[in-house]
Design a protein around this ligand. Structure first.
Ligand SMILES: NC(=O)c1ccc[n+]([C@@H]2O[C@H](COP(=O)([O-])OP(=O)(O)OC[C@H]3O[C@@H](n4cnc5c(N)ncnc54)[C@H](OP(=O)(O)O)[C@@H]3O)[C@@H](O)[C@H]2O)c1
Length: 358
């Protein structure tokens, strides 16, 4: 369990400071935010002044220092695959401010909030974090580990929780298990490699050639360039496969598993315009009913229990967020385009003008 850190007007967290400007203190009710009125490519995003969010009894208003960009953000901005609109809004996004990952400072707490007070530094998820302030449920936040920067904390919650659940809850990786991570250089994969290694797995990571060194440094004892070799070529090789990229056929994934092995499908891009690969996930669950292999999938939850477990793994040095680069809030569209370029190693961060290097 983590104790939260208190900060006053100027806070510092491992090499970064977080300061309140006079102008900010004057403009009490407004904030700069990234807003989208419709689905589309990154150019639908506009920088606007809008009212700060109201909070309910169990909410926290967080002053955003950093926010992570992940594939979910891309799905929200574009409204693709179409199935995602069931969650985000059919014709346009219900919440016009994108962004889920956040790290920052507790500005105000609702009357029923018990876990945090003003001045705590927290990470987790908020309702629209590409803004100077965001509303967060108190149960979707945790105290920031002392050994990371605000920027690192800002890219921790969404893909870190996903990896944690894939490896521990669904993959049930045990010491000595041979674990294959498909998409090992990505947002989920960089955490999955570290967590699988931390729990004693013997990890093989799959990525493109120029990212294999990174994957090795994260704890993989074996690496495979998916453009040069087929990572699923050897039958019965793996006890657990964590699948975050490539959308490989179920039958190929199963062949690479032991007869009682576990496949955890996290996701994968380019899985189709309408369903985005969710059909493969449903087929995996159905097939699992009639085989000794466990074939599963899940929708990740960024709840406090997982966030605190993640924070412990970071605090004890088992997990370090991999930040590829960070962009100022006003350049969020460029940050999303960078993620889309396929060049990213680990995570892309958005920082507000309050997150600065000393
Ligand atoms: N189930 C859930 O709740 C949940 C939660 C979060 C994310 N997701 C989904 O999980 C997926 C991964 O997310 P992410 O944030 O990690 O994405 P990401 O950062 O874009 O990473 C994608 C990874 O896939 C690799 N890759 C691309 N093509 C591949 C191929 N043909 N074979 C093997 N690997 C390949 C990439 O390697 P290179 O860059 O080296 O080419 C990269 O490592 C996304 O589809 C996302 O929507 C699901």
């Amino acid at each position: 369990m983590h104790t939260t850190q208190k900060h006053s007007t100027k806070q510092t967290l491992r090499g970064q400071s977080f300061e309140t400007s006079e102008h900010e203190e004057r403009s009490e009710r407004s904030m700069t935010a990234i807003v989208q009125d419709r689905y589309g490519s990154a150019d639908v995003l506009e920088v606007r002044e809008i009212p700060r969010p109201d909070i309910g009894d169990h909410d926290v208003l967080v002053r955003v220092a950093a926010a992570g960009v992940d594939r979910g953000v891309w799905h929200l901005v574009t409204g693709r695959p179409a199935v995602t609109r069931l969650a985000f809004g059919l014709r346009r996004p219900r919440n016009p401010v994108p962004g889920l990952d956040v790290a920052g400072l507790v500005d105000t707490v609702g009357a029923g909030v018990t876990r945090f007070t003003e001045g705590d530094v927290v990470f987790g998820t908020g309702h629209g974090t590409f803004a100077q302030y965001t509303r967060a449920d108190e149960d979707r936040l945790a105290g920031i580990p002392t050994n990371v920067t605000m920027t690192e904390a800002g890219v921790l919650a969404v893909t870190g929780s996903t990896a944690l659940q894939a490896v521990e809850d669904h993959g049930r990786v045990r010491p000595g298990d041979r674990v294959l991570v498909l998409g090992a250089s990505g947002g989920v994969g960089t955490y999955a490699v570290q967590i699988a290694y931390a729990v004693g797995g013997i990890v093989t990571g799959v990525a493109s050639s120029d990212k294999l060194d990174l994957v090795r440094r994260l704890g993989a004892s074996g690496v495979i360039d998916y453009r040069a070799d087929d990572p699923l070529a050897e039958p019965g090789r793996y006890d657990v496969i964590i699948d975050t990229g490539g959308n490989r056929r179920l039958r190929d994934l199963r062949r690479a598993l032991t007869p009682t092995g576990t496949l955890v499908i996290v996701g994968g891009e380019n899985g189709g315009r309408w369903l985005g690969g969710t059909d493969r996930q449903i087929r995996a669950k159905l097939t699992s009913l009639v085989t000794r292999q466990r074939l599963t999938t899940f929708v990740a939850s960024e709840d406090a229990i997982h966030l605190e477990r993640l924070a412990d793994l970071v605090e004890t040095g088992h997990v370090t967020p991999v930040v590829d680069c960070s962009y100022p809030l006003a350049q969020t569209a460029d940050a999303i385009a960078h993620l889309e370029s396929g060049l990213t190693r680990g995570k892309v961060a958005i920082t507000t003008d309050r997150t600065e290097s000393r």
